[in-house]
Design a protein around this ligand. Sequence first.
Ligand SMILES: [Fe+2]
Length: 524
Amino acid sequence: MIFPASVSRQCDDLAQLLGTACLPYLRSPDAPSHEFSVQSTFEAAWQSDAKFVLEAMNAAEKSKREAMVEASGNRSVFAIPLTFAENTKSEQWFAIGRTNESPTDSGKKLIHIAFEAIRRQYQIDVQERVILNAESEMERSFSERIWLRQLNAQRAIRKKTVGQQSRQSIESLRTLIDAEAIAIYLYSDSDVEDHGLESMISGKQFWTLEDVRILIQRIQKPRCGESEVLNQMEQQLHNGIIHSCVVVPIGEAEPIGYVLAINRRKQARSGASKCDLGFVLADAELLHEVAGYIAADGYSNASLLESERLVLGTLRAMSNAIEARDPYTHGHSERVGSVAYQIALRLNLSEVMCQEIYLAGVLHDIGKIGIPDHVLLKPGKLEQEEFDIIRKHPEIGHRILEELGKLKFALPGVLYHHERVDGTGYPHNLVGDEIPLMARILAVSDAYDAMTSSRVYRSAMGQQRALEILRSGIRTQWDAEVVTACLEYFSDLSLELEEPGYESRRPKSTDWRQVSQALRVLQL
Ligand SMILES: [Fe+2]
């Protein structure tokens, strides 16, 4: 027979106090009061004392304190209650012992002192347990509040992807609720991928997503908005047995997946086996928080992706409209954007500003859509009035982009990329720093790409020559710092200068993946 740890400990304490063996005896609430069956801890010799044990136990049970009776041969048998539950139907444990002398006043007094000591220890234990539980509840509710605050803080950092946020959330949640694993399991279909979500598991050393998939197939799944706390289960999987779990659906009407906590890890206290300690409703509530955040992030991510597709589609349509008309400009806008991005990096601008400058480069000549073919595609020298028409493209581009609210950040670059620092540029003859930095950068990268590209009326200039022209135009045409950053970029690149065929190796069309990346960084 296995004794609760507390019963064994009490018997040991009594034995030390009384100097005689004290054996644990469990009297079931339904056992008749005339019965004493010798249990495994008792020697067969106790059978002869059965009626004295019974008498002592009945007296102890009735008085709810210790009892000592005289046994045959000038001996005594005593029974000391070890459990003190209010509920009389609960199991009653006794410590049974005997001495080799008849009951005396001092003997009885000693037994009584031992009983009081045990009873007081029991009361202290109960109070300690109450304090421990209260402390553990407070600690937990404090940790929960910190965890929820961290979860919110992570969501506030907009650059983090949904996946990164979820991974951090479930790792910290696993520690908080002492689970072997926390899993986000999503049904794999295109809808889920559109939401930018992915299945993941924290606590990989214990379980895999394949285990989770099998578990989900086997258990009864709760509906959206509900949760299932399953304790004392026995699910044999590849990596072991799952004895407890919490399952919470993700989604609003139909679940797109589940958040699960697997196997509570908390160390068992005083005699309770590991399986006795399962998850509680508070754990399910925390998992609900995660499921809610995942669903909300998924939906907002889906609408972000949708909006990104719209912006990208608009950009492609506009860019194609220009490049389809003039094959010699293929890839020009994107190359202007790429070089401008590298210059912006070297001017220590933020990643967001660098990406804005890149996209402004892609868009800088968008106003050429409004220039008639006979002017835009004229191979020879332009007449003054044709120049005047061409010079309208920054303002036309500005008017087009003004209508597209999301791309407004590119307006300064589009409108002023033909201004010169000496004030002789167009359309507004701005001077020096009056020209927005974005436009000063685009002016340099635009000029560089124009010089190193072939046109129908002239062939491409070598890179070295183009860089010399940029250097010589400092403080008249271009900003000194911007030109320096541009020279630095090409020096970093260590491209084969003046190499024949350089022109043919340059990208001939827009790199739409890079445009997508920029849109994502800018959350467009
Ligand atoms: Fe232009």
